[in-house]
Design a protein around this ligand. Structure first.
Ligand code: SF4
Length: 374
């Protein structure tokens, strides 16, 4: 494969490869069944639609890096809605059943409802509607929830790191109020975007005092709160192991206030471990990428805003799908290039994180979460 170094600024200075040489001489139509080298199917596509966000969460887009001089991608670099939909159709032909739109903040992408409408027309290999969802900070959700639902969005996940207003404003670092996020959540529920999930990234010593209040606030509301261990995504979030509060401790604290029992996964490869309240007030999830790696079932591929594919959230190298989409290649050629890429995948960073040598080798080169989505 040809290796190219990106000639642009700052944190996007990681490597990417051309995919053209991955197109085999003999082309085979997709069968809906594709496995990587560990036997993991391709099930879940995450599409970043913008690298911009109106928050500056300290673990994701810290202000000292993403300041007024930071250069975001120009519009011509972004995949168009037509290109995204074409790519999505090829992934669906390979067996993808779930598509999540991410960012940056995906609701900042102009006319995002239009893209949702285009993607919602796709059907899985077995003829079912896609599970079409989106992760948002909810700052624009109160305004857009109804239109997104009407366009065919199935559900949403909202990022909210504290229910205490002062803590939340400090974490988003742009003084955004909790009540405005809650208004977005209510609008999404009213529009029928269900089940609604709230994602809370837990940083020890920063917002871990919010675990039980978050659980208390959303118990009985139909909202599923998912507590996510603070991860070493990217190179700019100043991660250190001391700030990771293991999920077992999250469960212990909530269980002491509101007794819990474990329940099974909804499907193979689900990232969250599920627990329900014994009194019937709903469920929570914990996502333990650090303390309990789930690479063994990982069926996710990520498409960046400007059309690069990443086989892992902690990848240091992308694969240039946009080049294929813009170079007159046929759907069959591109589908075969995608198949060739997935079939050689071995990624399992979370299983390797405890090895200091591997962590150090990747430390400066991992892609940013704001670039690829979570
Ligand atoms: S570390 Fe990479 S391979 Fe492992 S679960 Fe996360 S995204 Fe998947």
């Amino acid at each position: 494969m040809t290796e190219t170094v990106i000639p642009i600024l700052d944190l996007r200075e990681h490597r990417y490869r051309s995919m053209a040489s991955g197109i085999p001489a003999e082309l085979v139509p997709p069968t809906g069944l594709l496995s990587d080298r560990r036997g993991r199917p391709l099930h879940d596509l995450r599409i970043s639609v913008t690298d911009r966000c109106n928050f500056r969460c300290v673990y994701c887009m810290p202000k000292d890096v993403f300041d007024k001089d930071y250069t975001f991608l120009p519009h011509a670099e972004l995949l168009s809605f037509e290109e995204i939909t074409r790519a999505a159709r090829l992934f669906v032909a390979h067996g993808v059943e779930k598509i999540r739109l991410t960012g940056g903040e995906p609701l900042l992408r102009k006319n995002i409802e239009k893209l949702v409408e285009m993607l919602a027309r796709l059907e899985t290999v077995s003829g079912k509607p896609l599970d079409l969802t989106l992760t948002t900070n909810a700052s624009l959700l109160a305004r857009k929830a109804r239109a997104l639902r009407d366009a065919g969005l199935t559900r949403v996940s909202v990022s909210l790191d504290a229910i205490d207003d002062t803590t939340f404003r400090r974490m988003n670092d742009v003084d955004f109020a909790v009540r405005d996020v809650l208004a977005g959540i209510e609008a999404a529920q009213a529009a029928g975007l269900a089940p609604l999930k709230v994602n809370m990234v837990v940083k020890r010593g920063v917002n871990d005092s919010e675990i039980v209040p978050m659980a208390a606030h959303f118990r009985g509301s139909g909202v599923i709160v998912r507590f996510i261990e603070f991860m070493d995504v990217g190179a700019s979030n100043h991660w250190c192991m001391d700030e990771v509060l293991p999920s077992a401790e999250v469960v212990r604290r909530i269980d002491a206030a509101f007794p819990l029992e474990a329940i099974g996964a909804n499907y193979l490869g689900e990232t969250a471990e599920r627990w329900r309240y014994r009194d019937g007030a709903g469920e929570i999830g914990v996502i333990s990428s650090v303390s309990h790696a789930f690479c063994g079932d990982c069926s996710r591929i990520r498409l960046s805003t400007e059309g690069r594919l990443y086989l892992c959230l902690f990848a240091t190298e992308g694969h240039d799908l946009r080049e294929l989409l813009r170079s007159g290649r046929s759907d069959l050629e591109i589908a075969n290039a995608i198949a060739a890429l997935w079939q050689q995948r071995t990624d399992n960073y979370s299983e390797q994180r405890s090895d200091p040598a591997i962590r150090a080798a990747r430390a400066e080169r991992k892609i940013e979460m704001s670039y690829i989505g979570g």
